[in-house]
Design a protein around this ligand. Structure first.
Ligand code: CTP
Ligand code: CA
Length: 225
């Protein structure tokens, strides 16, 4: 990158970031959720803002404070997250999907708290909309679209498959190999795969440092367009 260009390389750019888990309601007091803390997405939103971008952060339920000067949109369910991301997609130059979206949601939400009765109980679930795949289908050449992947086996092959299937510019693979990386931790160990199939592995770092690495790749992508 050209360091003489600007110390705010993303000035004039609009960025859209998703973060945190989604909660899928079962009844008025229960939901299906996951352990995403939202820290990675919030760190990316903060860093993109610091680099000059105008940032919208679509956040599932988290315990985090909004980064300053970021437009935060709070959502709960996968469907609400889809609607918010879809609404802001067209106007965005940079889109980072770091939320941990539920893959399935209850077919029906009970109006009243479900009472315990039989020994066995099950809930019918249906697939949620794949938000990232839907954005990938609409993507223009000058938009940078970034996804995340968490895998437990055949990590690279699975992540590469998602990169292609969802039409991403690059995918950030969260390594499960390292203790201290991932959910609820302040550190992360990532591997990035781009459209050309290049694989770059990074050291275990704080999520703020990881966000800087990811933003550097975004700056490179944006300078191409
Ligand atoms: N994602 C999404 N909408 C969904 C599910 C996932 O936008 N309904 C996004 C995630 O935010 C992430 C990427 O897709 O950026 C990959 O998510 P992941 O759970 O690793 O992959 P899936 O496609 O859901 O496949 P699987 O869970 O079976 O591995
Ligand atoms: Ca999934």
């Amino acid at each position: 990158t050209n360091h003489f260009e600007s110390n705010l390389p993303l000035k004039g750019k609009r960025a859209l970031v998703s973060a945190g888990p989604t909660y899928e309601a079962i009844d008025p007091v229960r939901f299906i959720g996951n352990h995403s803390s939202g820290k990675m997405g919030y760190a990316i939103a903060k860093q993109l803002q610091a680099l000059g971008a105008e940032v919208t952060l679509v956040s599932g339920p988290t315990a985090l404070n909004s980064p300053s000067q970021v437009n935060r949109v709070d959502v709960v369910s996968a469907q609400q997250m889809f609607e918010a991301m879809d609404k802001h997609f067209q106007e965005s130059d940079i889109v980072v999907m770091s939320a941990a979206v539920a893959d399935y949601t209850p077919v029906e939400v009970a109006d009243q708290k479900i009472k315990k009765k039989a020994e066995d109980f099950s809930i019918d679930l249906k697939k949620t909309t794949d938000i990232l795949a839907s954005l990938g289908k609409q993507k223009r050449d000058n938009q940078t679209l970034v996804g995340f992947a968490l895998e437990t086996n055949n990590e690279l092959a699975h992540a590469k498959d998602k990169l292609e299937r969802k039409n991403l510019d690059f995918i950030v693979l969260n390594s499960m190999q390292d203790k201290g990386a991932g959910f609820a931790h302040n550190t992360n160990k990532i591997t990035v795969i781009n459209r050309s199939g290049e694989v770059t592995s990074y050291e275990l770092k704080s999520k703020d440092e990881v966000a800087k690495d990811i933003c550097n790749l975004i700056i490179q992508e944006q300078s191409k367009s």
